[in-house]
Design a protein around this ligand. Structure first.
Ligand code: PGA
Length: 253
């Protein structure tokens, strides 16, 4: 079902103490200041997942995401983390295909399709990320790149499983750069994504799919972005590390 979501991606930041304070502050501010029914997702580094789980567990609209998972069930994969490990500590969501993993870990659409399968098999909600690079946008290839990433990574799913996924459009040139896609630029791509889903799975599935925007979402631009008809919330990096900023972004929903 289509939802409104403020998802934070803490990336490789914070000490355990800082993680604990940040999560507690957001929970308290949201409780005091936000009456809507949007969901909050915390995308937390592996070592802090349990810590944050204890803080969010009594809040039905707050969820916990890992930033990655391995595509195998278990075994000799030193340093990796499996879907069952995540579910066993109360993780409900997992970010898959973030551009930083595509870029630095060489993750491609085929591998990401396997990771999405593994997440779904274990009852985790995939937050599937994709987005064009600057040279792809400047070369006029944005929509082609998006179509490839979305279809190769997620269109192998049947409609029932696809409907469980959250999508996140994150133009690579806007991540961590302070450059945001304009609301019109973002809306154009979001509408295109929804059209791809309509063509593949039909209008009902497309209307029900939550599509987040990510890339320098801040309190100052969140209202305009979230006012777009096909933008259902944000996947927020830098601003999710500040409780006040992240809460303001939630309130913009
Ligand atoms: P940013 O990161 O908000 O710092 O640009 C977004 C993301 O990478 O998810």
């Amino acid at each position: 079902m289509r939802k409104q979501i403020a998802a934070g991606n803490w990336k490789m930041n914070l000490s355990a103490q800082e993680a604990q304070s940040l999560a507690s502050e957001v929970v308290n501010m949201a409780k005091d200041e936000y009456q809507g029914d949007a969901e909050v997702i915390f995308g937390v580094p592996y070592p802090y997942l349990s810590l944050v789980q204890h803080i969010t567990k009594d809040h039905p609209n707050m969820h916990l995401a890992a930033q990655n998972l391995h595509q195998a069930d278990k075994g000799a994969y030193t340093g990796e983390v499996s879907a069952t490990m995540l579910t066993s500590i109360g993780v409900t969501h997992v970010i898959i295909g973030h551009s930083e993993r595509r870029e630095y870990q060489g993750e491609n659409n085929d591998l990401l399709a396997d990771k999405i399968d593994k997440a779904l098999e274990n009852g985790l909600v995939p937050i599937y990320c994709f987005g064009e690079k600057l040279e792809e946008r400047e070369g006029g290839n944005t929509l082609r790149v998006i179509e490839e990433q979305v279809s190769e990574g997620s269109f192998h799913l049947d409609a029932a499983n696809f409907s469980k996924c959250i999508l996140a459009y994150e133009p690579v040139w806007a991540i961590g750069t302070g450059k945001t896609a304009s609301p019109e630029q973002a809306q154009e791509v979001h509408a295109f994504i929804r059209k791809l889903i309509t063509d593949k799975y039909g209008a009902e599935v497309a209307e029900g799919t939550t599509i987040l925007y990510g890339g320098s979402v801040k309190p100052a631009n969140a209202n305009d972005l979230f006012a777009q008809p096909d933008i259902d919330g944000g996947l927020v990096g830098g601003a999710s590390l500040k409780s006040r900023d992240f809460t303001e972004i939630l309130k913009a929903l």
